[in-house]
Every structure is written in structure tokens, then in C-alpha cells.
Design a protein around this ligand. Structure first.
Ligand SMILES: Cc1cc2c(cc1C)N(C[C@H](O)[C@H](O)[C@H](O)COP(=O)(O)OP(=O)(O)OC[C@H]1O[C@@H](n3cnc4c(N)ncnc43)[C@H](O)[C@@H]1O)c1[nH]c(=O)[nH]c(=O)c1N2
Ligand SMILES: CCCCCCC(=O)C(=O)O
Ligand SMILES: [Mn+2]
Length: 492
């Protein structure tokens, strides 16, 4: 991983004191210091080989896949057990040193960026699938288990875990960001699929949010502590185990694509499909600009028009009826070109291309980086938000392909931007904010699936109101009175 010489060299650089800035919590931050003594004590907890202060390793842990500038931690710790996590947390807490849980770094809101330095806690070595209860459709995993590895492990069991962010993320990171994906319209998001979490609190206490070993599909036993930590973005505690729901792999799957001349027709079709109670597995929208990017990047030749990508899951008997019902609705809303993916390879290729849309959109402007948004509204308000967003993009004269999980009322704009081009960056930032405000004005949320992190803290106040955010801060105060957990995220 890194030679001891490098570590020795970097240790000498590590001997510095960081000024822990006073935070906006009632408990004033005590001056902390990340000295070689502090680093040495971490080594005693986790072993020499599991502590790094090298620039390269710190850099890896100072950013995610968002557009936010990196903020490096002072030291990276690789934990191998919940006991080590507990001791590291308590040690950081006693020394008032920031602690940032690190999953796989695929977050999109700067969630892992170490704004005040401190310790990045990487748990990828804790990568056991602790328990599989096939007959109960659940399994329990450690923080180093990634989404694709889990489904590979499950493949022969006839079960799968359907929450599918476009990246191969850690399951516990997906819990922390309340992740979602293209299958949410049928299977929900992480909020609906986490049965229990083992959590380490900053003071070192370890507890199970639904009670040790509990894994029922529902419970009404006290406060919902599980969903308090789902979406907590590392600001309340460290998730060291997740018990999640699994589903039977559908007997039959049909994927299809169709096109529309207007956004209104496309989204009206989605609303009517949902109102008919057709249990779609995927309902994705790509506007004409996105289809153009899709064709170029993934070597397709689709009609460049507003399009729906659909997928049906279910028993062979009956799936054709669902497809026929959708076909009628597509035609009734002036849709055209309805085409079914011929086989599993074609279906896999189609969804791989969909999951890579952010790269396809970024490739529209060579050398650019992606700037992604994420807004979600009640489905009946979706046409207005998408149409007005397209008007903003057109008026600003920027490229802004629209892609999204319209079955959930959720979509993104993937702006390709050259970050040195401040004029375009300002236009894109302005559109992103106006789009979020528009979504909020239409009973929506400023973040359907990527979290608040760094970039949406102001929007959270508009979304929840002063009292709502104040209550969140009181919850934070209860769990993390010294404010060491991922400081600067979720709240301003
Ligand atoms: C190309 C591409 C495509 C997509 C996405 C990303 C990329 C790069 N994502 C976003 C991302 O995959 C999603 O937010 C994941 O849940 C992040 O999981 P990581 O393990 O990478 O968390 P990462 O390491 O990025 O951390 C994210 C946040 O969770 C916290 N955290 C991580 N592990 C923790 C733990 N064990 N305990 C406590 N806190 C922890 C971190 O502190 C941070 O605040 C996404 N998302 C989505 O919802 N739908 C989508 O469709 C997509 N699509
Ligand atoms: C900067 C990368 C943005 C990726 C967003 C991916 C996503 O949510 C999707 O649905 O695709
Ligand atoms: Mn998405």
C-alpha cells in the first residue's frame, strides 16, 4: 500500500498543530492538535500499517466525485474492526479532532471533504458479508462491502439488492447518503431498505439502531433511529454494519425505449403509467440533448428526442400485459419508436450506458468536468419543473442535458463545465440554484438522492425552515456534542 519509508517521511511532515476553528454548536471546540503523538496513539489502536499521513493517501481521502475543491484530512486511518472504530472515535472525541467516515468516495456533494482536517476513517478492510438470511430476504454487511460485490455474492441465491446508484458505492455509504438509483420507482431508496444499523457514536458507544439482531420488515418500537442515521452523511456517527432488504431476482425482465416530441408528453405518460398502478421497475427520462450525448458516448443511433427508458420486472405471465398497457399509454401521448431490448446483453448495454450518462454528458465538451444537480418534486409537478429548467438552460446558452428518475419525480442536469470558465460556471451555478428553488416552491426537495453535503446547506434551511434545521442541530448536539463528526456538512 505505501512503504514504511514514505510513512516515516510523511510522519515528520505530520508533526503540526491544526487550529480547530470554533464551530457553530453550543460547545466551543477545544483547541485540538494532530501531532506525531496523536498519530502515534492512532497507530497503537489500529497498527502501524493502518495509519497514513502520506500526501497521496490524504489526497485520495480529501474529495469525492463532486465539483467541490478537495480538503485533505491530516491523517487517514484504516480500521479493521468495530472495536478499532470505537477506540478511534473516542480518541478523536476526547481530543476534539474531526472524524470523517469514508466509504468509497463516490459521493456527489463533498461529503468526505475534510473541511477542518482531522481523521479520515476508511473502513474498506471491514468487508465481510456478516449474515445472509435468504428465507427472510435480508443480509448484513460491513462498511467495506460494495454494491456490485454484494450482488455478485448473491447471484446464485436467486436474490439481489436493487438500489443502484450509477457508481459502485459502499452499502454503508449508500445508507449514509440515503442513496437511490434507477430501480427506486419499484424498490424504493435506501430509506425503505435498511432494517438495522450498527453505529459507533463519537464517544465510542456501539449500538444497533433497531436493537441487536433485529431484522423485521417493519417495527413500531420507539423512535426510528435507523432512519435517523440513513442520510446522516457521517455527521452523527459511523455505520459499521447494515442489515438490508433483499428481493427475488425477477423471473422475467423487459427493457424498452420510446421517444416523444415534447417533454410534456413524455412526463404525462409517466404520470399515467403510475396512476394506472403498473409496477414499473425503471422509468428514466433523457431529454434530446442527453440522447445526443448518449448516442455519441455509448455508440448508439437512437432518435434524438425526449425519451423514456423503461424496465418491467415480474413473472413471465402478466409482464406482456403490463407492456401492452404501457404501449397504449405511450401511443396515446404521441410517443413513437417504442423498441424492446432484444436480449439480456442488449438490456445490460442499455443500462450501462444510462449509468454512464454523466460521463457521456461531460464528453459533450472535451476537457470539461461534470457539474450535476438533483431535484425531486411530486410527480404531478414534474413537467413544469423540467420544462422551466430547460428554458433556463436555453436562455443561459449553456449545454445542460436532463437525465433522471422521473418515476420518482427526480431528475438531474449534467452540465459539462470547464472549471476555469468562470462565466459558464456562474451561469450553471445560478441555474442549479434556481432549479432547486423552483422545486422547493412546487412541494419538492433540493436533493432527491445525493444529499446535502457541502453544496446544499443553504437550500436545506429554505427546505426545512429555521426550526427544522434547529431541531436537526439539536439532534446533532445530542449525538455529537463536541461536533467532531464530519464538521461543516449538512449545516452551515
Ligand atoms: C457516476 C456516478 C453515478 C451516481 C453517483 C455517483 C457517481 C460517481 N451517485 C452518488 C454516490 O454513488 C452515492 O452518494 C453513494 O451513496 C456514496 O457512497 P460512498 O460509499 O461512495 O460514500 P462516500 O465515501 O462518498 O461518502 C458519502 C457520505 O457518507 C458518509 N459515509 C460514508 N460511509 C459512511 C459510514 N460507514 N458511516 C457513516 N457515514 C459514512 C461520508 O462521510 C460522506 O458524508 C448516485 N447516488 C444516488 O443516490 N443515485 C444515483 O443514481 C447515483 N449515481
Ligand atoms: C458528478 C457525477 C454526477 C453523477 C450523477 C449520477 C446520477 O445520480 C444518475 O442518476 O446518473
Ligand atoms: Mn440519479
Amino acid at each position: 500500500m505505501y512503504s514504511s519509508v514514505n510513512l516515516l517521511r510523511s510522519l515528520t511532515r505530520a508533526h503540526k498543530t491544526i487550529q480547530v476553528v470554533a464551530r457553530n454548536y453550543s460547545v466551543p471546540a477545544k483547541q485540538a492538535s494532530v501531532t506525531s503523538t496523536f498519530v502515534g496513539a492512532l497507530r497503537k489502536i489500529v497498527g502501524d500499517q493502518n495509519v497514513s499521513t502520506s500526501d497521496a493517501v490524504r489526497e485520495q481521502h480529501g474529495h469525492d466525485e463532486s465539483h467541490h475543491a478537495s480538503s485533505l484530512p491530516d491523517v487517514v486511518v484504516f480500521a479493521e474492526s468495530v472495536e478499532q472504530v470505537s477506540q478511534v472515535a473516542k480518541f478523536c472525541n476526547d481530543n476534539r479532532v474531526p472524524l470523517i467516515p469514508f466509504g468509497s468516495g463516490t459521493g456527489l456533494e463533498g461529503g468526505v471533504n475534510a473541511l477542518e482536517g482531522g481523521v479520515a476513517l476508511n473502513m474498506n478492510k471491514m468487508n465481510k458479508i456478516v449474515e445472509l438470511n435468504s428465507q427472510d430476504f435480508d443480509c448484513t454487511v460491513q462498511p467495506g462491502v460494495m454494491r456490485i460485490a454484494l450482488n455478485t455474492f448473491l447471484r446464485d441465491t436467486g436474490l439481489w439488492f436493487p438500489i443502484d446508484p450509477g457508481a459502485d458505492a459502499s452499502i454503508c455509504g449508500m445508507c449514509a447518503t440515503s442513496a437511490s438509483g434507477t430501480n427506486a420507482v419499484r424498490y424504493g431508496t435506501m430509506r425503505e431498505n435498511v432494517l438495522n444499523l450498527q453505529v459507533v457514536l463519537p464517544d465510542g458507544r456501539v449500538f444497533d439502531t433497531a436493537g441487536k439482531g433485529r431484522r423485521t420488515k417493519k417495527t413500531s418500537a420507539g423512535y426510528n433511529l435507523t432512519n435517523l442515521f440513513v442520510g446522516s452523511e457521517g455527521t452523527l456517527g459511523i455505520i459499521t454494519q447494515a442489515t438490508i432488504r433483499l428481493y427475488g431476482i425477477p423471473e422475467k425482465t423487459i427493457a424498452a425505449v420510446c421517444h416523444f416530441n415534447s417533454v410534456q408528453d413524455a412526463v404525462d405518460t409517466v404520470v399515467q403509467i403510475l396512476q394506472c398502478g403498473i409496477p414499473m421497475a425503471k422509468l428514466e427520462f433523457l431529454d434530446d440533448t442527453a440522447i445526443n450525448a448518449f448516442n455519441k458516448y455509448s455508440k448508439y443511433n437512437m432518435t434524438v428526442a425526449n425519451s423514456l427508458f423503461l424496465e418491467f420486472h415480474g413473472p413471465a405471465q402478466g409482464l406482456e400485459d403490463q407492456f401492452d398497457a404501457v404501449k397504449e399509454l405511450v401511443e396515446a401521448n404521441n410517443g413513437f419508436g417504442l423498441q424492446v431490448a432484444s436480449d439480456v446483453d442488449e438490456r445490460t448495454r442499455l443500462w450501462k450506458a444510462r449509468h454512464e450518462m454523466v460521463y457521456a454528458c461531460t464528453a459533450l465538451v472535451p476537457g470539461s468536468r461534470p457539474y450535476s444537480t438533483d431535484v425531486c418534486v411530486p410527480i404531478s409537478n414534474l413537467p413544469e419543473v423540467i420544462i422551466k429548467t430547460k428554458e433556463m438552460i436555453s436562455e443561459a446558452g449553456v449545454q445542460g442535458p436532463i437525465v433522471g428518475h422521473v418515476g420518482d419525480g427526480n431528475f438531474h442536469v449534467f452540465f459539462p463545465i470547464d472549471r476555469e470558465d468562470k462565466e459558464t460556471l456562474n451561469k450553471v451555478t445560478d441555474i442549479s440554484k434556481r432549479m432547486a428553488l423552483l422545486g422547493l416552491s412546487l412541494n419538492g426537495t433540493c436533493t432527491g438522492e445525493h444529499g446535502i453535503g457541502l453544496g446544499k446547506r443553504e437550500l436545506l434551511i429554505k427546505e426545512l425552515g429555521e426550526h427544522g434545521v434547529e431541531v436537526m442541530k439539536q439532534v446533532k448536539q445530542a449525538f455529537d456534542p463536541n461536533g467532531i463528526m464530519n464538521p461543516g456538512k449538512v449545516f452551515v
